[in-house]
Design a protein around this ligand. Structure first.
Ligand code: HEM
Length: 302
């Protein structure tokens, strides 16, 4: 699992934070590959409409996504995927996938091939609307509340998005070039390690069972590595979300990261703090972080 710890330093700033992405690094695979793909199979079988939704007309973008993956995966990860004509094999799972199926939306099949969640955005008027999504690992949101909505409405619960991000993000979507994909990282701290978490923002009731002693095991750092790329044929924008969850204890021996996380939490404005449900455990988390940060060298004012 890559060690992304994107805790920002300094005062709170809501920024796009986009970095260029080498197309070879579009998809990431780690030791949880088999387990997470099996979890996707189970969720899609038992609660399909909570994990996959699509508007009519989104099939071409879905088919293009599937074609790109079916080409990329066997080349980039030859030990894991094998292509035999119109069939893609996932070797560690012993699965064969017919790429041309009439019974499954192509984005639904695409989402079953990788650990990433996939969202397809289609140009409409001045913005982009969410035309189809395969999301088994939502970070406290429900896909039914987002389908068909433009970017600003999708982000309606996100404090300051409207003032700070709506315009730059819409503008960026219009300018995104096919050969210049980008990535960004989003961090969070949660009291639940589950990958599938529909809902759970803005909780404020303190949980007394989470303490300064057990916070390392009871809380989880959740990092999303998000990628954005323009599909060359349909011109849709594909948004990939790769979710990494680790116990907070992962950084117990890393005082500088503990200090950066504590600083990032303390820097959050109240609405963002509340949106992230931090009131539930912030006191315990900060006491734990401060204790583990104590070994960090003291920074002198410059
Ligand atoms: C450059 C592009 C984007 C930026 C800068 C951005 C920024 C953000 C930020 C700052 C948050 C709050 C995260 C948190 O505090 O944990 C968020 C949440 C979210 N974003 Fe984005 N986002 C972008 C693109 C997208 C796209 C393309 C989608 C399409 C599915 C999307 C869907 C969401 C959803 C569903 C949430 C959770 C909202 C909720 O809680 O209801 N974002 N985004």
């Amino acid at each position: 699992m890559p060690d992304y710890l994107p805790f920002p330093e300094g005062p709170f700033r809501l920024a796009m934070g986009l970095l260029s992405l080498d197309p070879a690094d579009w998809i990431e695979i780690d030791e949880n590959f088999v387990e997470e793909l099996r979890l996707k199979r189970r969720l899609l079988a038992e609660r399909h409409e909570e994990c996959f939704l699509a508007l009519p007309g989104s099939e071409p973008g879905g088919a293009e996504t599937l074609e790109m993956l079916a080409e990329h995966l066997p080349t980039r990860f030859p030990g894991i995927y094998r292509r035999e004509g119109e069939v893609l094999l996932i070797e560690p799972l012993g699965e064969r996938h017919e790429l041309r199926r009439s019974d499954l939306h192509p984005l639904d099949l695409a989402g079953r091939l990788v650990q990433e969640d996939l969202c397809l955005m289609r140009a409409e008027g001045d913005s982009y609307v969410l035309a189809a999504l395969s999301v088994c690992f939502p970070s406290r949101w429900r896909i039914a509340e987002k389908l068909g909505k433009p970017l600003a409405a999708i982000h309606e619960p996100v404090a300051f998005y409207d003032e700070k991000l709506a315009r730059p993000v819409d503008r960026f979507f219009g300018l995104l070039k096919e050969d210049k994909p980008v990535q960004r990282l989003n961090w969070n701290l949660l009291d639940d390690r589950a990958l599938f978490q529909p809902g759970g923002h803005n909780r404020k009731e303190r949980d007394p069972s989470i303490t300064a002693e057990n916070a390392g095991e009871r809380l989880f750092i959740r990092v999303e590595r998000q990628t954005l790329r323009r599909l060359p044929r349909t011109k849709d924008v594909l948004f990939g979300i790769r979710t990494y969850v680790r116990p907070l204890a992962h950084i117990a021996e890393r005082p500088l990261d503990c200090r950066r996380l504590a600083e990032a939490m303390r820097a959050l404005p109240e609405p963002t703090f509340r949106y992230k449900s931090f009131p539930v455990f912030a006191e315990a988390a900060l006491a734990w972080l401060d204790r583990h940060a104590a070994a960090a060298p003291v920074r002198t004012a410059s």
